[in-house]
Design a protein around this ligand. Structure first.
Ligand SMILES: C[S@@+](CC[C@H](N)C(=O)[O-])C[C@H]1O[C@@H](n2cnc3c(N)ncnc32)[C@H](O)[C@@H]1O
Length: 415
């Protein structure tokens, strides 16, 4: 049914909200103050409005800078003015904390990273004869759009994507596949997810084609997995893909977690380091491949805890000026007590670090630094720490996912 709607608010995923007698109607690509017409329907137990026209634009509305904005499923907030966008992003963190009855003693100035910096991206591959389209999914669809340019991605990543479209054709089948590209330290890796070769798995022709691509395009490594839940197999590694974290040199395993932008990694690491004492014994929890472990080693000894076996192995073999103690541990089930540390850093996945926060809440660690990509779970964990006697000293918002609803933060606690 087509309805005229006034948008009053923005939901955490960036959709506009129009209150109605039937309940909230969520309309994407809208802003508070917009009056729109939308086709309203039920989807996934909620009311959705598909935007038909903006009748009266919100004062915060601007022309989206990307030519593909209307069809691409990537960005969600390009149609908002910079001032509104920045306010909204910091507001998401403020609101999440306020809902837990919390506010930091100090809000540091937020850091907003610019466009054209994203160093990792996954493209949907569609092969037609001798050419592969590496596109993004269309908005709310499984159809792939041939997006010629992307304003968020590092131009070097997009250039490599373009160069891959012909040489990948002999490897892929006509079934869907994903191509992940990650650029780091001047190098690049490609991970293919989906069927390959004549029988769906790598054969001699696939290995030969992968070697030609890697050597021809200067790619460090090409890896493959049949499905998303599988661990990738390396098809070919020309040279290791090295990341430098402080003075620590880490040979990354395939599909290693890295912060999505180098500038974002630097901003988060700077905020973490600013909160740590000049020397001491530290723990880096949910350490990944050592993004924070590396810089922390310049201040003292670091025990790095992480559950991903390949990341732990990479940290174990990492080269630097001081050794890392890398420990494989599931911190959801078996949190670290914290007793012996002068400071603990934790940077969990979106689910947060509930069990770990409960363990720290009864510890006597003087300083805890939380890094988070989910303000809601961070606020829940912060409350656990505060109820355990910590003060939430400061929070810094870091936005390295420009034009998306995602936001990161660094929170500093002390007792
Ligand atoms: C947001 S990433 C942060 C990684 C690293 N701190 C960085 O900035 O690159 C979260 C990390 O938590 C790890 N992880 C997920 N679940 C875990 C668990 N139950 N126990 C320990 N580590 C876990 C993931 O493998 C991932 O490396």
């Amino acid at each position: 049914m087509t309805e005229s709607l006034r948008i009053e608010d923005l939901a955490p995923l960036g959709d506009g909200i129009s209150p109605s007698e039937k309940g909230r109607i969520y309309v994407d690509r809208t802003l508070p103050g917009d009056v729109v017409t939308a086709r309203v329907h039920k989807a996934g137990g909620m009311l959705r409005g598909d935007l038909l026209a903006v009748v009266e634009p919100s004062p915060h509305r601007v022309q989206a800078p990307c030519a593909h904005y209307d069809i691409c499923g990537g960005c969600t907030l390009q149609h908002a003015s910079e001032a509104f966008y920045r306010d909204w992003k910091t507001g998401v963190v403020r609101t999440a904390l306020a809902r837990q009855g919390l506010a930091p003693e100090l809000w540091h100035d937020p850091v907003f990273l610019p466009a054209a910096t994203r160093r990792r991206a996954t493209f949907a591959a569609v092969r037609k004869k001798d050419r592969v389209t590496l596109g993004y999914f269309r908005r709310r669809s499984h159809a792939v759009a041939d997006i010629a340019s992307c304003l968020t991605a590092d131009p070097a990543l997009m250039a490599l994507r373009d160069k891959l479209s012909r040489p990948l054709a002999p490897l892929l089948t006509e079934k869907p596949a994903d191509i992940f590209i990650q650029m780091v330290g001047g190098g690049a890796e490609v991970v293919i997810t989906g069927p390959l070769g004549r029988k769906g798995v790598p054969d001699l022709q696939v290995y030969e084609a992968a070697a030609e691509i890697a050597h021809g395009l200067g790619i460090n490594r090409i890896a493959w997995r049949a499905r998303e839940q599988d661990a990738p197999d390396v098809l070919l590694e020309v040279t290791p893909l090295i990341a430098m974290f402080g003075a620590l040199s880490v040979a990354l395993p395939p599909l290693a977690f890295l912060q999505p932008t180098k500038a974002g990694e630097d901003a988060l690491a700077a905020a973490v380091m600013a909160a740590l004492p000049a020397s001491g014994t530290f723990a880096d929890l949910f350490a990944g491949c050592g993004t924070f472990t590396g810089p922390m080693l310049a201040r003292g000894s670091v025990d790095a805890f992480e559950n991903a076996a390949l990341a732990v192995r990479a940290l174990d073999k990492a080269k630097g000026t001081a050794p890392v103690t890398a420990v494989r541990r599931d911190l959801f089930r078996d949190p670290v007590e914290g007793k012996r540390y002068d400071a603990v850093v934790f940077d969990p996945p979106r689910l947060g670090a509930e069990a770990q926060s409960k363990a720290l809440a009864v510890s006597d660690v003087p300083r805890v630094v939380g890094v988070s990509c989910n303000p809601v779970t961070f606020a829940r964990d912060a409350r656990i720490l505060v109820e355990g006697g910590y003060r939430l000293e400061s929070v810094r918002v870091v936005d390295q996912f420009i034009w998306s609803h995602h936001v990161e933060l660094v929170g500093v606690f002390s007792r």
